[in-house]
Design a binder for this molecule. Sequence first.
Ligand code: AMP
Ligand code: GLY
Length: 427
Amino acid sequence: MKVLVIGSGGREHAFVWKVSQSKEVTNILCVPGNAGMSELGVCVDINMNDFPGLVKLVKENNVDLTIVGPEAPLVSGIVDYFENEGLAIFGPNKKAAQLEGSKIFAKEFMSKYNIPTARFDVFDNPDAAKKCVEKVGVPLVVKADGLAGGKGAIICKTKSEAIAAIDMIMVEKKFGNAGNRILIEEMLIGEEASLMAFCDGETIVPMIASQDNKRVFDDDEGVNTGGMGAYAPTGVITEQIYEQTKKEVFDNFITGIKKEGIEYKGIVYAGIIITKKGPKALEFNVRFGDPETQVLLPLLKTDMVKVVSAVIDKKLDKLVIEWERKSCVCVVITSKGYPGNYEKEKEISGLEEIKKIKDVVVFHSGTAFNSEKKLQTAGGRVLGVTAVGNSLDKAIDLSYQTIEEIKFDGMHYRNDIGKKGIKKFVG
Ligand code: AMP
Ligand code: GLY
């Protein structure tokens, strides 16, 4: 079987790594891929949003299955395009992908189907939005409706921050048309976690709960990033919270998509906050999380191709998905300056030695080979050092021991990835 993976980050390197372990897979193509993926498959430089170009690649190479990483092509309808050509592709179609493509669509869906979430109001006019700020007071969260590269949610502790956020999104149009409408949301207080599920439109199967540590510095200090590391399972989701989320978020999700006539096949990612009143859904993503994927796939015992195929063929109810009863941690190493302007083209050393270490895998995000075939940095997030252990603290220790081997100029990482999970376990 030939597989195409679309995307260029650590999440997609994890897909390629997992899929390469399947007995069914003979060849892997990656668009556009990165240096890590090029060791397991062939990278092809096509724009991810060039659907005709991708279909041509798939047909010319007799690719049997395409797996999509990022949200943008899903929201633009890559799945509909491939299905019209009779090609097998993993991910939700354009209608279903609105659950990530429009935050307003997602919130209205949540309210309609009793999925617990923060209270909210919708605005298409900045003056009305500002009046709402005066009325409800702070803290609150202002959100652009459409895709904004993960930067469209602004937490406002003062009224002037809220007014500035409304102006930035609706008047200055920082995110273009994605800011034509906005949400003003109640700010939820509590620990945040990620619960993803496989869904074939009829059956929804939750994975192990994980947590993404998003702030740039230790102890959750500094600005939000795309994710400085993740770990699974997470003690912040107890068995009771897990069962409650399954019931209140995922069971209602399935009821909702069926009633709305949405054919949902792929991943459902629920970002949740565990409030004093129980888990509440912050958002849905219609794809795997990054870096959550990097800690879940090493724990997945079942062949990933089997799982993906069961979703596409609507046979999830016939498959038992098995997980290792272990822990996994991924510590992300970034370039100097990330998540602002960051340095590039710094030579990376130490990775060859690490390949021999058992239970460790380094997923590449922003890496490339230079003209002399030397590995160098090419993005803000560079590597995800991932380790599996019999307990969370063993996995953390192995990951941090491994990091000692890696060197590049200006490298930065957090020293406390996963620590919150341990505290909660014993506490
Ligand atoms: P989003 O773009 O909706 O994924 O939001 C980005 C981040 O903002 C989330 O991961 C949360 O940390 C935070 N956030 C979003 N909405 C809320 C909310 N209503 N209450 C508290 N934090 C929020
Ligand atoms: N880890 C957050 C996300 O993938 O959206």
